[in-house]
Design a protein around this ligand. Structure first.
Ligand code: GLU
Length: 265
């Protein structure tokens, strides 16, 4: 199976969009991108697929709204900033999807929620209900509540947990990197894009993770962790560059390359 075939055969898809994809170079939220992206999602939705989005960007949207807090690093300010930014973010997503005739629902999770059986069941029921009724769930970590002990910490892992919770058929991580390379492509021109991974343990032995290959916001470590989580439950994962609003279409038609993680058979 290649990327295009994997998307074609998936009905329930979780898509994660990273902060770097949502923010413009000047740090403001890229509303045009969101509108375009929502239109692509709506088209996919119409074709019979169910989509859940995991959207980062609360912090970016917070700073973009209240830039005088940009340099505040205290935990209470950071959490307050996310409280402000989350509303802005959802306003923009709400508007973008409304243009396409779709409603959105907000879900904010922490690690504790996934670990608590009853809460996880409620989260699952809400997800299923929203999706079965044609509403697009937009998920983020509950950044204003989550402190170190209960934080997932990154939306790569959060989207993998969501994909498992919902029994999704596929997770797509849109990031600012094109996929997993044999080495850091920014410093090593010989680095090659790895287009298919069916053995993550083996992958770890063949690439340089960490400082040398830690490009992109969360680096690749959390992306590989996410793939481990979904593949363990038989859910493939695609890592691709979401920088272009048409990335979803390009990926579906095989025009955009990325890394496809396939569960071991
Ligand atoms: N939850 C964070 C935010 O919305 C993003 C975390 C991440 O990008 O991994 O700002």
């Amino acid at each position: 199976m290649n990327i295009a075939e994997t998307i074609a055969s998936a009905r329930k898809i979780v898509i994660k969009i990273g902060s770097a994809t949502l923010a413009k170079p000047d740090g403001k939220i890229n509303i045009e991108f969101m509108e375009n992206f929502a239109a692509r999602c709506a088209a996919m939705n119409k074709s019979g697929k169910q989509l859940a989005l995991v959207s980062s960007g609360a912090q970016v949207a917070g700073i973009s709204t209240l830039d005088r807090w940009a340099r505040k690093t205290d935990m209470n300010y950071r959490q307050a900033l996310c409280a402000i930014g989350q509303v802005e973010l959802m306003n923009e997503w709400g508007g973008a999807f409304r243009h396409c005739g779709l409603h959105i629902g907000q879900l904010l999770f922490t690690k504790e929620d996934f670990n608590d059986g009853r809460r996880a069941l409620n989260m699952r029921n809400t997800l299923f209900t929203l999706l079965d009724e044609g509403v697009i769930p937009i998920i983020n970590e509950n950044d204003s509540v989550a402190c170190d002990e209960i934080r997932i910490g990154d939306n790569d892992n959060l989207s993998a947990l969501t994909a498992v919770l919902w029994n999704a058929d596929l997770l797509i991580l849109f990031s600012d990197i094109d996929g997993i390379y044999t080495d850091n492509p920014k410093t090593n021109p010989e680095a090659k894009l790895i287009e298919k991974v069916d053995n993550i343990a083996e992958l770890r032995e063949h690439i340089t993770i960490g400082a040398a290959n830690g490009f992109g916001t969360g680096g690749i470590a959390t992306k590989i962790e996410a793939a481990e989580k979904t593949c363990a439950y038989g859910i493939p994962m695609i890592l691709a560059n979401g920088g272009h609003p048409e990335a979803l279409d390009a990926l579906s038609s095989g025009k955009l390359r990325g890394t496809l993680f396939l569960p071991a058979r």
